[in-house]
Design a protein around this ligand. Structure first.
Ligand code: NAP
Length: 297
């Protein structure tokens, strides 16, 4: 049974998950590159580690949720990385959104140290992470998945087993392809409605009930109308994911023409300086082109 856990990466997603592990009663160690993000956890009784290597000493399980490939490279494979401190019989779970090839590389490297690995990325954002309502996918050895599942159930409302290592990372990219296109569709639709002079609150009322409705549209639309772009899922991360999808789909010669258009739009929004805003700020690139601002009257 898993009793001691290290959580590394206390960003938007990681901080909610680490809090929920504390609430669930696990003995928790935390580590974050910017040390100040560990302070609230120390106050609640978590041990603060000095490095990823230090964090994984004497724990049953290490979980991390980091920005991108570079962060995983540093935290897992770096000089004071997880691998340099881990020991046989431990379990490692990567909840970051990374390439399936990265998950496989992690799995192989951990196996050399006798550590079992699951790739377990998530759907949901800041609120779902804080409320333990994430939609989690996990892949790797089935027996290890079963062992880790009770922990993951403290973080999400669903946990799906995807099969062999890397498959959960694939599912995450498939899902984010759909997310990116939905966000772009919402942005293009709202800009068109604004240009045509529709009442945008009424537009969102229709979007909420029509047969194309989705939680993503319903949660992002009203915030756009309020001009609230505070980040739950940063636009620069959406652009990072578009790059991962492009790379992965390219490796399988799977066509992604619409994603390529969205990626360009995301790039324009980042160039305009909106990378740290929510991914819904992709609309700002369209607004600039259209010469309008989408706002409820
Ligand atoms: P975030 O708020 O930017 O947090 C990123 C975390 O990674 C922080 O702890 C950051 O440390 C750490 N980090 C970045 N570069 C690092 C490096 N070189 N070395 C060590 N640590 C590093 O991002 P997030 O929104 O939590 O997202 C984390 C992951 O989950 C990403 O892969 C993202 O695509 C994925 N995801 C996000 C959402 C969402 O809605 N936000 C949803 C699903 C999946 P510092 O605090 O020091 O910067």
């Amino acid at each position: 049974m898993i009793k001691t856990i290290s959580y590394l990466g206390l960003g938007t997603m990681g901080s909610g998950m680490a809090s929920n592990l504390l609430k669930a009663g696990y003995k928790l160690t935390v580590w974050n590159r910017s040390a100040e993000k560990c302070e609230p956890f120390a106050r609640k009784g978590a041990r603060v580690a000095e490095s990823p290597a230090d964090a994984v000493r004497d724990v049953d399980l290490v979980i991390y949720c980091l920005s991108n490939e570079e962060a995983v490279e540093e935290v897992v494979f770096g000089a004071k990385g997880i691998l340099s401190g881990s020991s046989e019989g431990q379990i490692a779970i990567d909840m970051s959104t990374v390439l399936p090839a990265t998950s496989l590389r992690e799995q192989e490297a951990y196996a050399e140290h006798g550590v079992d690995f699951l790739d377990a990325p998530v759907f949901g954002s800041k609120k779902e992470s804080a409320d333990a309502k994430l939609w989690i996918m996990a892949a790797g050895n089935k027996a290890i998945y079963e062992k880790a599942k009770p922990v993951l159930e403290h973080l999400g409302q669903t946990v799906h087993y995807l099969g062999k290592s890397g498959n959960a990372a694939v599912m995450k990219l498939v899902g984010n392809l759909i997310v990116a296109l939905e966000m772009e569709a919402l942005a293009e639709g709202l800009v068109l409605a604004q240009k045509a002079g529709l009442d945008l609150n009424t537009v969102m009322e229709v979007v909420k009930v029509a047969d194309f409705r989705s939680p993503l549209l319903v949660s992002n639309g009203p915030n756009i109308l309020k001009r609230d772009f505070s980040p739950s899922f940063a636009l620069k991360l959406m652009l990072k994911d578009a790059g991962l999808i492009e790379k992965f789909a390219g490796s399988l010669q799977s066509p992604i023409p619409a994603l390529r258009v969205v990626e360009k739009n995301l790039e324009s929004a980042v160039t305009l300086g909106f990378g740290k805003e929510n991914a819904s700020a992709v609309i700002k690139a369209l607004e600039k082109e259209a010469g309008v601002e989408v706002k409820a009257r």
